[in-house]
Design a binder for this molecule. Structure first.
Ligand code: FMN
Length: 195
């Protein structure tokens, strides 16, 4: 698929075939997700890929799946081919920026922006686009119980899971009511030369 077509056609899908996808395809999505930039090449991003149906159900519970089902979306977080959970370690960035080439007057920089959140967002976007490029679709569910999600996945303490990205072959789904907001006019989004 052409890049512009991929970007314009991607959307958050909330219903998938409850059927597997080959490990090769899932691994390719993860490999593309790894190829995202990071501040200082800190590489504090990781991804956990869950295919086991029971484990998918446990993960989905931490995102309040039953609430979605009651609202008519179905069990879209657990019923899929795989869940990709992007995780990030803020501490990795602090350790990296305490290395000699990154010190500012002998000190770790004052962070202008918490770049770990920026970087894991980019990782997530590439994962979602890679899923679409593979002929699949992806959604995004924010965790409602982060400690429970960390426990289910056995994450090291310093890693934070930012969300759950269910991936699979798309089937017709219920659209989010948020979409009624529509896109901002392009002129409001983009400002030339200065705001
Ligand atoms: C950081 C982030 C968190 C989101 N959390 C949820 C969520 O918890 N549940 C959900 O159904 N959709 C969630 N979404 C999906 C958004 O609702 C969706 O991206 C937005 O409505 C635009 O729709 P589109 O992705 O189809 O273009 C999230 C998206 C982002 C980027």
């Amino acid at each position: 698929m052409q890049f512009d077509e991929l970007v314009m056609r991607r959307r958050t899908v909330r219903r998938f075939e409850n059927a597997p996808v080959t490990r090769e395809v899932l691994a390719k999505i993860a490999r593309l997700g790894q190829r995202t930039p990071s501040a200082g090449f800190s590489q504090g991003q990781r991804v956990v890929i869950v295919t086991d149906p029971e484990q998918r159900r446990r993960v989905a519970e931490t995102c309040g799946e039953s609430g979605y089902a009651e609202a008519g979306f179905g069990n879209w977080i657990s019923e899929c081919a795989a869940q990709f959970i992007p995780c990030v370690s803020e501490q990795t960035y602090h350790r990296r920026y305490q290395e000699a080439d990154k010190l500012d007057d002998g000190e770790e920089i004052e962070w202008p922006t918490p770049y770990w959140w920026v970087d894991i967002g980019k990782t997530s976007m590439v994962l979602m686009l890679a899923a679409h490029d593979a002929g699949l679709a992806a959604g995004f569910a924010g965790p409602q119980d982060v400690p429970a999600l960390k426990a289910v996945l056995g994450l090291p303490e310093e890693f934070h899971p930012i969300g759950v990205i269910p991936v699979g072959r798309p089937v017709p789904d219920k659209r989010s009511p948020s979409l009624k907001r529509g896109w901002l006019p392009f002129e409001e989004f983009a400002h030339w030369e200065r705001w």
